[in-house]
Structure formats: structure tokens, C-alpha cells
Design a protein around this ligand. Sequence first.
Ligand code: URP
Ligand code: ZN
Ligand code: ZN
Length: 483
Amino acid sequence: MSVLIKNGRVVTAVDDYHADIFISGETIDLIGANLSIAADHTIDARGKLVIPGGIDPHTHLELPFGGTITSDTFETGTRAAAFGGTTCIIDFAVQTKGTSVLDALETWHAKALGQTAIDYSFHMIITDMPEDRTKEMRMLCDEGITSYKLFMAYPGAMLSDDGTIFRAMRKAGEDGTLICMHAENGLVIDELIKTALSEGHIEPKYHALTRPTRMEAEGTHRALAIAEVARAPVYIVHLSSYDSLQELRLAQARGVMAHGETCPQYLLLDVSKYDEPGFDGAKYVLTPPLREKWNQEELWRGLRGHALHAISTDHCPFCLKEQKEIGKDDFSKIPNGGPGIENRMSLIYHYGVSGGYIGLNRFVELTSTGPAKIFGMFPKKGTIAIGSDADIVIFDQEREEIISYYNGHTHHMNIDYNAYEGMPVKGFTETVISRGRVIIDKGEYLGRKGDGQFIKRGPYGGMYTPSKSGEIPERAPASRPSV
Ligand code: URP
Ligand code: ZN
Ligand code: ZN
């Protein structure tokens, strides 16, 4: 199968030029002016952007969480992602306390194999890591899992104590892998929740009122300080507030290898959403919660100024009916998470690029190239270059849509509401090519489940060499990369 994309405006994280692209099989073969090559499929991209497929480095498909399971499967979630111009996700496998992370990986492979529309990888959520099991982290690297998530929140479930965090970070630093941190002080937050409930406050808005930005900033500070002592890189997930961003900037200024992502919900939605009538505020019970509006301007500034390095969705969908309703009489029981996997590219293009906060190259960098580099997939993924995977989006800058659960063009996610309901966007995905196959064209899904492949990821910053079977690999050198 070959594809020729003609006359498009090719935009990567650094380039912006008009050219034709010839794809042979799964990769990009040739980029040039006025290519005249016979192809099985020719696409005229005149007047359109031709950009690397989006990479969403933070999704939760089929995740058991909060007494239920996220409503998008690997099939429905990745298909919705494709409609929105995302061609690769990194989801999260979860280690059950006291068991091997390798078992967890096997479980998650079984969920995703043969199901996805687009390529995928996993981070591993570590819930405990005694010293004698840290060697499993190196084994995970050999399987292409080179990043881990730890939680400072959710005591009794996911929370890791500081010793576990330090052990995992030190090992990650040695191996050239990366710890992703959910940074919130879960123990203090639990006390605030108990107090709110004891005073009879059960409504969704108390989710936000019991998770102050200072406790996110404290977690961020602590994670960064531990990473500094462990001499390990760290990636702060779903950073939502100015207080936290300032901690990230301070650590970066000290030379800590500190990365941060934020998400469309923190850039575009605010705490007033919890005042929607009845129980509708539960749609926005996600963690960290939505913040006061003034934080948004600061987060855009953080993205523009390179303190933040990626925009993910933290897509963690629970239907309002029956799932969010678990917490009808107690906000702390509402499953935490919200949808967004499908709408990220249009939202960030419209409100970020057209809104004047970031340029086109930075848009590509934040939604694709940055995640590919940080998480060991570049240049296979995250750019348009000869030899790279042909993961390409043809993006129509003029197409206007209103994002809505009721709009068949903007909502293919398996969830009964859209968090961005009624928001206009100008700029929309027209065609999606995933490893050389056209899987979306003009609103039609042309792919099949199982098209997507597991992507074995490489190390953070080139620090890790896979071991030969049975051999204890050499430790990485003491010097650390600056990515
Ligand atoms: O509310 C959220 N973000 N749910 C997903 C789990 C997490 O902390 O990322
Ligand atoms: Zn989290
Ligand atoms: Zn998450």
C-alpha cells in the first residue's frame, strides 16, 4: 500500500513548508516538491495542514477505578482518539499491591491486544516497590515500558509513601527511565474530605474545595525534591495550577530534570462548572479538580515558555448515569475522571493557536513531538521525516464545529456527556493516516479494530541499554542527560 499526499502545508515542531509526502508501507519514504509517483491512494491536501499524528501520553481505557471501570474500552477509546487526530496513546497498566509489575503488564496486554484503532503503549502504575523487587523495573524496560506512574494521592489505594517514591526514582534514574508523578498531598486532602462530609457537604463542588492548589503544589515540590536527591528525571502529570507550576519552574531553575504536562480541562474549564444544576457538577469531578479561572492564563504562559512540555487529556471517562451516580450522596465516592481523548487537537488548535497563546510549531510539539521525545518514541513517532512512521493528520484550519455529545462529528467516545459541550472550534481533523493506512477520511472511519500495535518504547534521554537474556545489565553512567 502506498499513499501520496499532495500540496499540503507540512508543519512539524520545527518546520513549516509546502511539500508532497510519499508513504510506502508503514513509513514515510520521500518528502519533496511536486512529486510525481504512482501511488495506490492520492490525497490532495491543498489548503490544509499536514501534521504528525497526535500523541496522547495520558489516557485510562478500561481502568478499574473508584468501584467501577472507565467507560471507553481500548476499541472505543482509540477509535474516538483517531477521529480527533490522535494516532498513538500511552495508557496506564496498574500493579496490584504485593504482586509483580510483570503480571500487571501481561493483564494490560491482554486487554489491548487486537482491539485498538491506533498504536499504543503503557506506563506502569506502581503501587508498591520493596527493594527486592526493584529489579523488575529493569525487566519492564526490556519489555519497552520505560515510564512509571506513582501517586501521592488516594491513601489506601494507590498512594506511595516517600520511601517507595525515592526507591522507585533512584532505580529509574539508574536505568534511564522516567517516573510520572500524581502530585497531591493525599493525606491532608483526606482530612479535608472527612471534615467536609462531617459538616454535611456532599455536593460535587466539595471535590474541588477539598483539594486546594497548595496541596498540589506541596506534592509537586516534594516529588521534585525527592527526584533531585535520587538524581532522576521526573514528569508531573495533569498539572492544574499556578502554585504547582511555580514549583516546577523553581526545580527546573535548580537543574532538576523536571517535566510537566497539563490538559485541556485545566486550560479551558474552571471551577464554576461545579455550579451546574443538580448533580451535573459531577461531570467535572476529576483530579486535580478544575481551578479558578485565572490559573488558565498562567498555564498557557507555562506552555509558551517551555516550563510545561506536553498536553495530554487524562481521558478517564465515567458515565454520569450509574457511574458518577455512585457518589450521588457523597462527593468523595464519585469516580474521579473526565473525557477528552477525541477533542484535544481541535481544542488546543482553536483556543491555543488561534487564541494567540502558542504558535503552530509549538502546537505540534506539545501534542505530539514532546511526548514522543520524553517517552522514548522519537523519531519513530512525533514528527514527519523520512523513515518515521507514517502517522499523519490532515487538518482543516477552516472547518468549524460545535463540540457536543449530540454532534456526530465531535463525539465518538463511549460516555453520556461531553465535558466541552457547546464550545465552538475552528480547525478540525479531516484525514488520519496511521502507519501508512488511511483510517479516517472526511468523518468516516475506514480502519478496523486491531490495526494498532503495541509500541516498545526506548529510554529517557538515551540512558538505558536493553539487557541480553539472563544477563544483569550495566548501570547507566552517573551523568544525567539534559532533555
Ligand atoms: O481524575 C482523574 N485524573 N482520574 C484518573 C486517575 C489519575 O489520577 O490520573
Ligand atoms: Zn493522576
Ligand atoms: Zn490519569
